[in-house]
Design a protein around this ligand. Structure first.
Ligand SMILES: [Zn+2]
Length: 383
């Protein structure tokens, strides 16, 4: 192929596609073009589900042998928000003051661009035994129903077996090299509704105040820690996210009160054991309260990629390029790694996350080059 594009070229071109979920705006087509030209077999697949938008996904592979290293990522981005608050058009991909500006610069068109640039250069210059692939979705920032999870299943049904996966989400806190993620906490949302009996505040014995019950029940949820954390995980956390009564009258005891809570849980728990624990805590504190408890469906389990040869290979490459051994972390929200982990070991390493989802999202141009060099080193060591 003629000139191999740099990570900056690729990132700029991708940022100029306003691919706010569920729109692709040409982003996957660009990537498909670069990979095809480099000899990859590519396939674009659109997944659909009721009540969700159709989403295009891209699968690409070069080589037929094991080991198979696959890079995962997403081209969709969150909305720009108040466009007027940005220093420049969020989809301009402009470079100034040493920074590449735009929605997706760090989350995660920049990280994706670095992996593509590193792979294009590697397959052009080196002969290797094994396979390199890409799993790229346009549905990470949205419902994540027609994205990576379906792409993984689609690939598995075709006999594709991955040995390891690198997901280029922004993982670093301050500087490239300070953190990689080897697991993620799970997420579970519960909804509690307490059914009381409406009445006059002057005659409380004739009513049953659901607000008093829900205060006691919520206190029971918060009374003691869920766990003390594990070797690689912080303690699980439970946050009450809303308490709703909606009673405008000061002289009426309302009939109902509700609360919603979200738990970010570590590898002590599965969604099932956690649901049981919550039910037990509420039952113990219930007294005469009548309540119902439901949980939202969750596809976010906790997982850990055990430190070992692959994690060491990644950490070694990062240290060699940055002089810094990355912290192995399991912090933060969820990512598509929660799906990938069921298919092969996955680690996450990308750009510095400071400006992700924010106005004036940007990455130092130097970081794009550093991340590309790290991925290049990983490819060299892996094959
Ligand atoms: Zn992301």
């Amino acid at each position: 192929m003629p000139n191999t594009p740099t990570a900056l070229d690729i990132a700029q071109a991708l940022i100029r596609c306003p691919s706010v979920t569920p729109h692709d705006a040409g982003a996957l087509g660009l990537i498909e073009g670069w990979l095809k030209e480099a000899g990859f077999t590519t396939q674009k697949i659109v997944f659909s589900a009721p009540n969700t938008p159709d989403i295009p996904n891209l699968y690409a592979r070069i080589g037929t042998d094991a080991p198979y290293l696959v890079f995962a990522g997403h081209t969709d981005v969150v909305p720009a928000g108040d466009v007027g608050a940005w220093r420049a058009d969020p989809f301009s991909g402009d470079v100034s003051d040493g920074q590449l500006w735009g929605r997706g610069a760090v989350d995660m068109k920049g990280g994706l661009a670095a992996s593509i640039a590193a792979v294009l250069a590697f397959v052009k210059s080196a002969s290797f035994k094994g396979s390199i692939g890409f799993l790229i979705t346009g549905d990470e920032e949205g419902p994540a129903i027609n994205g990576t999870i379906k792409l993984l299943e689609w690939a598995k049904a075709r006999g594709e077996i991955f040995d390891h996966c690198i997901l280029g989400e922004p993982t670093n806190v301050e500087r490239i090299g300070d953190m990689m993620k080897i697991g993620r906490r799970g997420s579970l949302t519960g909804r509690l509704v307490v059914h009381g009996k409406q009445g006059h505040v002057g005659y409380p014995h004739l009513a049953d105040n659901p607000v008093h019950h829900i205060v006691r029940l919520c206190a029971a949820l918060l009374a003691s820690p869920l766990d003390d954390g594990t070797q690689h995980f912080d303690p699980s956390s439970l946050a009450i996210t809303t308490l709703d009564v909606g009673n405008p009258a000061t002289n009426v005891i309302p009939a109902q009160a509700q609360a919603t809570f979200n738990i970010r849980f570590n590898d002590v728990w599965t969604p099932d054991t956690l649901r049981q624990e919550i039910e037990t805590r509420l039952a113990r504190a219930a007294g005469s309260a009548r309540y119902s408890l439901t949980f939202d469906p969750t596809n976010a389990v906790s997982f850990l990629t055990q430190p070992g040869a692959f994690v060491d290979l990644m950490a070694g490459a990062i240290e060699a390029e940055t002089g810094q051994r990355p912290t192995l972390s399991t912090t933060g929200g969820t990512s598509d790694a929660r799906f990938i982990q069921a298919f092969c070991p996955v680690v996450e390493f990308g750009l510095v996350g400071k400006t992700m989802h924010a106005v004036d999202e940007c990455t130092p141009v130097d970081d794009l080059a550093k991340l590309t060099a790290i991925y290049a080193r990983v490819l060299g060591a892996y094959f």
